[in-house]
Design a binder for this molecule. Structure first.
Ligand code: ADP
Ligand code: ADP
Length: 225
């Protein structure tokens, strides 16, 4: 994975300051959790990295490249949202192929890659189903497969476990950690759940009122004597 650099990111909605001068370096292959209460600016920061929102100040760099002027579809980021956001009328396979098709991969490349991703998230037998025929946890695995299919440079996880019940949430945490390690993915996880952040993050950025208040490994932040 490539490093991600946020340099002095500031964002205001009208006159409300949502993100206040955030600087953060995520190493290649590292998962950093943005942890903090509702309204502290986590989603705003994530949307800026994804390119859905243009920051008022500061720069975003992926690898050695500034991406500030690139639209979302050219930033090569994969995103998983809490509410799955699968296309309900399309099969699981077609959902996973969506980004591959959009960038012009051949039919046979798409099929090959979809099969591979179905295996990766252990959903081999579900390619022909519609999302509505899957459990919440299965839908979230498909959403992960769709995000990873295009081999994104950065993986963005926006409360990906929030809609799942406790057991599924733990399964999904293990699944994401496994894949993140296996592919050495550079990733950002947005969460308000401390246990979740501790379970899968390499480092945690504790946010408050638009700023990073603390930054360190889970042990450094929570297990100090
Ligand atoms: P979260 O805290 O998980 O980001 P919210 O429920 O706060 O979710 O926000 C849901 C949506 O509403 C988001 O798209 C966000 O941009 C928008 N939103 C949040 N706060 C405001 C606000 N004060 N004014 C307008 N839109 C808002
Ligand atoms: P979090 O993800 O940590 O819940 P957000 O990034 O959603 O925080 O919100 C940070 C601040 O920006 C909050 O005060 C929220 O109300 C405000 N906000 C978020 N989205 C919008 C929006 N679309 N319009 C106006 N204010 C917003």
């Amino acid at each position: 994975g490539e490093p991600l650099t946020l340099d002095g990111i500031t964002h205001s909605y009208g006159d409300g300051l949502a993100v206040d001068d955030v600087t953060l370096q995520v190493a290649g292959g590292e998962l950093v959790a943005l942890l903090g209460p509702s309204g502290c600016g986590k989603s705003t920061l994530l949307r800026i990295v994804a390119g859905f929102l243009n920051q008022s100040q500061g720069h975003v760099k992926i690898g050695e490249r500034f991406v500030d002027s690139l639209p979302p579809n050219r930033r090569e980021v994969g995103i998983v949202f809490q509410n799955y956001a699968l296309f309900p009328h399309m099969t699981v396979a077609d959902n996973i192929a969506y980004g591959l098709d959009a960038r012009g991969d051949s039919r046979s490349d798409q099929r090959f890659r979809v099969e591979k991703m179905l295996k990766t998230v252990r959903m081999e037998d579900f390619g022909d189903r519609k999302p509505g025929q899957l459990s919440g946890g299965q839908q979230q695995r498909v959403a992960l497969a769709r995000a990873l299919a295009v081999q994104p440079r950065i993986l963005l996880l926006d409360e990906p476990f929030a809609a799942l019940d406790k057991n599924l949430r733990l399964d999904m945490q293990i699944e994401i950690k496994r894949l993140q390690r296996q592919f050495a993915l550079t990733a950002i996880l947005v969460t308000h759940d401390q246990e979740e952040a501790m379970a899968i993050a390499d480092r945690i950025a504790v946010m408050r009122k638009g700023r990073i208040e603390q930054l360190g490994t889970p042990v450094e932040i929570y297990d100090q004597p």
